[in-house]
Design a binder for this molecule. Structure first.
Ligand SMILES: *Cc1c(COP(=O)(O)O)cnc(C)c1O
Length: 352
């Protein structure tokens, strides 16, 4: 910081992204990327769009991408908003739906970007503790508030809640918006998208970064009542009208249309996850029930910090969070079967 920084910036604690090492010697199980390549059709579409038309601005309304999303989710294009990663969609949602003086609610253990956005946009918030088994305190989320933010499945626990719990929270107070961040939903949880017509206070946010193997593309989207979508469009057009470039719009639309490929890689990841979970349990790990593309694990004898260091020395990156309730846990992204074999062999040697 120096004397030129604004006062708002001086007090800000930013989000810390997981490490992206510059050499390729690590097995990367630390940022929940997909081990499979993106849809070949999506890559072809992107290459095809790298032409002289790049001199032109992209479609600010992302019409074709929104058409692909509206077909896939069986909603209208007016119920779809597209952004530069779901992080951007979430960032737009804060000024769109929340007011500074009315505290919003999120869990004490959840995506660590939520408090960063709240502080950045000056929105007050209250964190509600997950129960001892890291379950969501559904009744506490039903209290009156300025808004609700839930990740389902949650990060970094991987635990999912049922649609009936989400409905309970939605119905408890129709005056505030409930954002359900479904970054990991395609790996085995139930999506709240079918509820958007029933609850005009529901915004579902998803991303192409995890289940569609396109973290490098930076495309995310939101589905909800037209009134909510119009609010996001208004914030976007007060900030940057062209958030998604021409090539990314083409690539993303094709990725959404390639349903067969998407289903195949999601199934593979889920299978590898369940196999890995079983192996870890046999080694004495506590493994939370995950519906995501990662496992949240803790060992009865070996401390997570020690395992983190030992794995790193062995060329394997996983994620550790400096938070008192979870500082004896590691979050392990599900990689390819070969990567998970290597991970299991190493970690078994350390805990034996
Ligand atoms: C990865 C992740 C995101 C952000 O995804 P991008 O679309 O890559 O910005 C949002 N929410 C949660 C819970 C995530 O884990």
């Amino acid at each position: 910081m120096n004397k030129y920084w604004s006062r708002r910036l001086a007090g800000l604690v930013p989000y810390t992204p997981g490490e992206q090492p510059r050499d390729g010697v690590f097995i990367k199980l630390n940022t929940n990327e997909n081990p499979y390549p993106p849809s070949p059709r999506a890559i072809a579409a992107m290459k095809d769009s790298a032409d002289a038309d790049l001199r032109l601005y992209p479609d600010p309304t992302c019409r074709d991408l929104r058409a692909a999303l509206s077909d896939f989710y069986r909603v209208t294009p007016e119920e779809v908003f597209a952004g530069n990663g779901s992080d951007e969609v979430l960032a737009f949602a804060f000024p769109a739906f929340f007011d500074p003086a009315r505290p919003i609610l999120f869990a004490d253990i959840t995506y660590s970007f939520y408090p960063v956005y709240a502080n950045f946009f000056g929105i007050a918030y209250k964190t509600l503790p997950l129960d001892a088994g890291f379950g969501l305190p559904v009744d506490a989320f039903c209290q009156k508030s300025g808004g609700v933010l839930l990740a389902n499945p949650n990060a970094p626990t991987g635990k999912a809640v049922t649609l009936s719990d989400i409905e309970k929270i939605l119905a408890a107070d129709s005056e505030r918006v409930v954002i359900v961040d479904e970054a990991y939903v395609d790996f085995g949880a139930e999506s709240a998208v079918p509820l958007i017509r029933k609850y005009s206070n529901l915004l579902v946010v998803q991303t192409l970064s995890k289940s569609r193997a396109l973290a490098g593309l930076r495309v995310g989207y939101a589905l909800g009542d037209r009134g909510l979508i119009r609010a996001l469009e208004t914030v976007k057009n007060a900030f940057n009208s062209y958030t998604i470039d021409r090539t990314a719009q083409r690539c993303a639309a094709e990725a959404i249309r390639d349903t067969a490929y998407f289903c195949e890689i999601c199934e593979n990841v889920a299978k590898t996850r369940d196999k890995t979970a079983k192996r870890l349990k046999d080694m004495g790990f506590r493994v939370l029930d995950s519906k995501a593309n990662f496992l949240f694990i803790s060992h009865e004898r070996k401390h997570a910090k020690a395992l983190l260091r030992a794995l790193r020395a062995a060329g394997i990156l996983v994620r550790w969070f400096d938070h008192p309730r979870i500082d004896n846990f590691l979050r392990v992204t599900i990689g390819s079967p070969a990567e998970m074999d290597a991970f299991c062999e190493k970690i078994e040697a350390f805990v034996r």
